[in-house]
Design a protein around this ligand. Structure first.
Ligand code: ATP
Length: 361
């Protein structure tokens, strides 16, 4: 397998006075499923366009397979791209779409057909070659776009939110398909999305971006368990943010002033320079809170229920914290919420507990 690693060396992209991208050095491994995750306008497409060659960085350089890409045009790079709108030719057949890039490259008819048959099998569309694109469903078009991109045998496949036009069920199904195709082919996939669910379910590693900068690069579990910044804590999954003050620190464990209602506790990154008396934001995920009895050991939060939302598999509570007046979101799974069915009503006072290992400062 050819080297499909991608290295971004201190890449900066400016449009006039505006700096759209300003990154440190980032290495994406050959055969990795790597995602850039961030809100609209954070610079994901700009970054992808610098890898594909549509944009030339203002500073820094892009290397693919160890080779600098400066001066290498789009169609000479070992990359292929799948766009949000797929950009298929609607009146042409599936075969014609997949074989287009090969024909341009002068591959003969027989070899082209063999390649497209093989790719159609890979994306589970055997026998659909003669159909026109306009006759296909959304999910089938998606697969043709993948097959067409793979036909030119890229070392790196760039995917620009390719699932955003599909309905929820199909999107979830295609996530699994994309991941399976990536594993089978061993090609480096670089995926950009604002959808954290997509990034977390498919990726080996994710770079979380905000305003042109990379906030954290980590595997999905680490991103979820140990967000490096407040932005990552708020953007990846859901989090309650509580304003506190540090009382004591022992290694990664911290005790915090729980705003007059006793102490809170949490976990802090070993490298963080946090000291006694410092203001600190404590992040607790809604799914890590559970109702407890008054006086139970461990950190607790007292709150009054304001709203109860039944969402099928779980119940979401909105509760006003007694100490600070902030709104706390709590997500209870089926098992727990069933015990409280009759008592989960607005106006009720409840105490919530959590495991300090699950709360991040
Ligand atoms: P979305 O998810 O909405 O596509 P994105 O994260 O992909 O957003 P980009 O399209 O990369 O974001 O844009 C990043 C920033 O750079 C935006 O503020 C955008 O307005 C700006 N930008 C992008 N292209 C240009 C350009 N050609 N000229 C000037 N500004 C640009």
């Amino acid at each position: 397998m050819e080297d499909g690693s991608v290295r971004l060396e201190k890449v900066v992209m400016r449009f006039g006075d505006f700096t759209a991208i300003d990154t440190t050095t980032l290495e994406i491994g050959s055969g990795e499923f790597f995602s850039f995750l961030g809100p609209s306008g954070c610079g994901k497409t700009t970054l992808l366009n610098m890898i594909s060659g549509f944009l030339v960085p203002s500073e820094g350089r892009v290397l693919i397979g160890g080779e600098p890409m400066g001066g290498v045009s789009v169609n000479r790079r070992p990359t292929a791209m799948i766009f949000q709108n797929l950009a298929l030719f609607p009146l042409m057949t599936v075969f014609e779409n997949i074989e287009f890039g090969l024909e341009v490259r002068g591959v003969d008819r027989k070899a082209r057909r063999e390649a497209s048959e093989r790719l159609l099998a890979l994306v589970a569309l055997e026998g659909s070659g003669p159909k026109r694109i306009s006759e296909l469903s959304g999910g089938q078009k998606q697969r043709v776009a993948i097959a067409r991109a793979l036909a030119v045998e890229p070392r790196v496949l760039l995917l620009d939110e390719p699932l955003s036009a599909l309905d929820l069920k199909l999107r979830q199904h295609m996530r699994a398909e994309l991941k399976a195709i990536q594993r089978k082919t061993g090609i480096t996939f670089i995926y950009i999305t604002h959808d954290q669910g997509e990034a977390l379910t498919m990726s080996d590693r994710v770079a979380v971006m905000s305003a042109g900068r990379i906030q954290q690069v980590a595997d999905p579990v680490t991103l979820y368990r140990s967000p490096a910044t407040g932005f990552v804590a708020a953007f990846v999954g859901e989090n309650n943010r509580l304003e506190t003050t540090l009382i004591e620190r022992q290694g990664e464990r911290v005790r915090l002033d729980g705003c007059a209602l006793g102490e809170l506790a949490g976990r802090v990154a070993a490298t963080s320079g946090l000291h006694r008396g410092d203001r600190a934001a404590l992040y607790i995920r809604p799914e890590h809170l559970r109702p407890v009895d008054e006086g139970e050991s461990g950190p607790t939060l007292a709150a009054t229920l304001e709203a109860v939302h039944f969402e099928g598999a779980w119940v979401v509570l909105e509760a006003r914290l007694e100490a600070s007046g902030e709104l706390l979101r709590v997500q209870l799974g089926h098992e727990i919420s069933r015990q409280y069915t009759d008592t989960l009503v607005a106006g009720r006072r409840m105490i919530f507990g959590y495991d300090p290992d699950d709360a991040v400062v």
